[in-house]
Design a protein around this ligand. Structure first.
Ligand code: PEP
Length: 249
């Protein structure tokens, strides 16, 4: 079933004290929309964030994970480790991980498989670079990213997947895709899903938009019929701004 979701990706921001402060600020906010709220703190703060939000309508999710169960992967965190502290959802394929840590469609397909084996929900990120859009290749790039990482799955697996379209040129740049550009791409993504998996999978898929969403533009972007929520970077580090976006539905 399609849901409204607003997820805050805190990236490599906030130590323990700032995490506590931001969570306590978030708890002061009032949710007036039906959107599910998620926050993705750094690994070191996941356990604390999970404990602090136990009674609240906020899900704590991870920003990444390794595809292996355990082993000689210094510095990495496995799905089992995340699940052992109560984390049930993981962001995979963020453009910063693709750009700085060489994540590819192929390595992401492995991560997707492991996450699903652990019954974890995945927020799967993808999106074109500015050069792709300038060349008119944005749909081809997005189609390739989704198909390579996800289309080996059976239809049922998509119940545990949320898609996040994040044009790289709009992430952290202050430049947002226009509501029409977001809508056009989300409709294309739904059509791509439908052509392989049929109407129900496509219609039920929650597709988030990410890229410089702010309180001032969220309503217009979320007003588009195929935009089901947002993955929010910068604006998720301020509780008032984040809830202004949550309440934009
Ligand atoms: C992101 O990092 O997923 C993101 C969308 O960042 P920002 O909102 O800062 O553009």
């Amino acid at each position: 079933m399609r849901k409204h979701i607003v997820a805050g990706n805190w990236k490599m921001n906030n130590g323990l004290i700032q995490t506590e402060t931001l969570i306590s600020d978030l708890k002061q906010q009032v949710k007036t929309s039906d959107a599910e709220v998620m926050i993705a703190p750094a690994f070191t703060n996941l356990w604390h964030a999970f404990q602090s939000t136990r009674q609240d309508d906020i899900e704590v999710v991870a920003q990444n994970m390794h595809f292996a169960e355990n082993g000689a992967y210094t510095g990495e965190v496995s799905p089992g480790m995340l699940k052992s502290i109560g984390v049930k959802t993981v962001i995979l394929g963020h453009s910063e991980r693709r750009a700085y840590y060489n994540e590819t469609d192929e390595s992401l397909a492995k991560k997707v498989d492991t996450a699903l084996e652990h019954n974890m929900r995945i927020i799967f990120c993808f999106g074109e670079e500015l050069a792709d859009r300038k060349a008119g290749n944005e749909e081809a790039v997005v189609e390739r990213q989704i198909k390579n990482a996800l289309f080996h799955l059976g239809a049922d697996a998509f119940k545990n997947i949320v898609l996040a379209y994040e044009p790289v040129w709009a992430i952290g740049t202050g430049e947002t895709a226009s509501p029409e550009q977001a809508q056009d791409m989300h409709a294309f993504i739904r059509k791509t899903l439908e052509s392989t998996y049929g109407h129900t999978v496509a219609d039920d898929m929650t597709i988030l938009y990410g890229g410089s969403v702010k309180p001032g533009n969220a309503k217009e972007i979320f007003g588009k019929p195929d935009v089901d929520g947002g993955l929010i970077g910068g604006a998720s580090l301020n509780a008032e701004d984040f809830y202004a976006i949550v309440n934009a539905f």
